[in-house]
Design a protein around this ligand. Structure first.
Ligand code: SIN
Length: 486
């Protein structure tokens, strides 16, 4: 059915303590493009989730005690296995998530890049020495692993959002329990199979699959065996999970929702801006936290930008992700497509105009064509909520001050984009946009070398880059007294 070269990558049990575990019941995983049943996967209950947390606790100290070079070499083997199984991992991803195969291949490369990067960073978990305040003392700073990490990961990037957390955790000497979204567990389980082949010891990397998100989340956020909790998902759920972590005062990292403004000034290179807009907006059918959510276009080029964006959006091929040339796959489920259309209808009722796009029911209820709306204003729901779909709402602005005010007028602070050929303006906007990441004349900002993360209600913590390891380390200071200075 899936035509994998390595059929052992298709797993359907939880991976706990180096063993494949069944649960009392199973749940269906279906292809969002056609509803086809892909697998029946173990539906873990809280007891099985707890078993994973305890296995991670048991394994963590021995893993942390290994020399960094040894942890690094094992991670490097995992990276090589991810790269050599790219096609199979991509096929699994397209089957369960829907994104076009080329995007799935790119995500596998992106996901593997975190494993490669942190295999290197494991060797650079340097401490510090600090000049002491008195002659008889010496001050040393050690970096130590936080301990056991629990992670809840989303369906939109079923591979990379796991490796972006697991690779730095393992590099630092932590163990981890991952609870992937129930819509996309197969990519996570394939990662576990390759982790085992790479020689990651039992209990260090665990995957628990299941549909009872609330009960599993309670174990992972409240269990005393878990020291750190990391989440990628919506702000509403993130707030609840942070509250649940308070009881045991766990460290938390939160990659939450976005509402990215994409600002284009009159003096921008319009070809580059349209190219960036297409890349940012329609990646993964708009189901990306960092994708442009509101387009703020300066009055003088508003009509021309709209015309060019419509032409480019119309050129995108929508269909089943495994079909040749498809650039926009299905949305994750029919409710997601319906919600997007409701936001569009609400905007239309308030005077917006749809220039192209809308539901594509000929292909199925999950399909939604790349859409462009004009006449949108910041107060409309479509500009205030995270659309998470392939819709580009265009808002017009007069000058830099207004663009900045509109852009920052949101509780979110994940990503923003700005196009202009005025270097002074570009720099000012970069400094003044209240977001964790800003693309300046660039629509694709995610890569392993850069710190990914938001401010305000978009969360805290940074993933990837040299800062990514800090999320999984504690700083300990040793004060040596009684040093003889004679
Ligand atoms: C996300 O949507 O949460 C992550 C996207 C990315 O890493 O670019």
């Amino acid at each position: 059915m899936l035509n994998l070269k390595d059929s052992a990558l298709l797993k359907s049990q939880c991976y706990i303590d180096g063993t494949w575990w069944d649960a009392n019941s199973r749940f269906d995983v279906r292809n969002p493009a056609n509803g086809q049943l892909l697998a029946e996967v173990a539906d873990a209950d809280p007891a099985l989730t707890e078993r994973a947390a305890l296995a991670a606790q048991k394994a963590q100290k021995n893993w942390a005690a290994k020399p960094a070079a040894e942890r690094s070499a094992i991670l490097r083997r995992w990276y090589e296995l991810l790269v050599s199984h790219q096609q199979d991992l991509a096929c699994l991803m397209t089957a369960e998530q829907g994104k076009p195969l080329a995007e799935s291949r790119a995500e596998v490369t992106y996901g593997a890049s975190f494993v490669e990067w942190f295999a290197e960073e494991a060797k650079r978990m340097y401490g510090d020495t600090i000049p002491a305040p008195s002659a008889d003392k010496r001050i040393l700073v050690l970096k130590q692993p936080v301990g056991v990490v629990a992670a809840i990961t989303p369906w939109n990037f079923p591979n990379a959002m796991i490796t972006r957390k697991a690779a730095p955790a393992l590099a630092a000497g932590c163990s981890i329990v991952v609870r992937p979204a129930e819509l996309t567990p197969l990519s996570a389980l394939a990662l576990a199979e390759l982790a085992e082949r790479a020689g990651i010891p039992p209990g260090v990397f665990n995957v628990v699959t299941g549909t009872n998100a609330k009960a599993m989340g309670e174990v992972l956020t409240q269990h005393p065996a878990v020291d750190k909790f990391s989440f990628t998902g919506s702000t509403a759920v993130g707030k609840q999970l942070i509250a649940q972590c308070a009881g045991t005062v766990k460290r938390v990292s939160m990659e939450l929702g976005g509402n990215a403004p994409f600002i284009v000034f009159d003096d921008a290179d319009l070809d580059a801006a349209v190219k960036g807009a297409i890349a940012s907006k329609y990646r993964n059918a708009g189901q990306t936290c960092v994708c442009a959510n509101r387009f703020l276009i300066q009055e003088g080029i508003y009509d021309e930008f709209a015309e060019r964006l419509v032409a480019a959006a119309k050129g995108l091929k929508v269909g089943h992700g495994l079909q040749e040339g498809v650039q926009i796959g299905p949305m994750i489920h029919a409710q997601a497509a319906t919600r997007v259309e409701q936001l569009v209808q609400d905007a239309l009722a308030q005077g917006a105009k749809r220039l192209t796009g809308g539901p594509l029911q000929d292909l199925g209820d999950n399909f939604y064509a790349p859409t462009v709306l004009t006449g949108v204003s910041n107060g409309m729901a479509i500009a205030e909520q995270e659309i998470f779909g392939p819709v580009a709402p265009l808002i017009s602005f007069k000058d830099e001050a207004q663009a900045l005010a509109l852009a920052n007028d949101t509780e979110m602070g994940l990503a923003a984009y700005c196009y202009s050929r005025d270097i002074g303006r570009i720099y000012r906007m970069g400094e003044r946009l209240q977001f964790g990441m800003v693309g300046l004349n660039e629509g694709i900002i995610s890569n392993v070398t850069a710190p990914f993360g938001g401010i305000k209600a978009s969360g805290n913590g940074r993933e990837g880059s040299k800062y990514g390891l800090d999320e999984y380390t504690e700083i300990k200071y040793l004060c040596l007294g009684g040093i003889d200075n004679a």
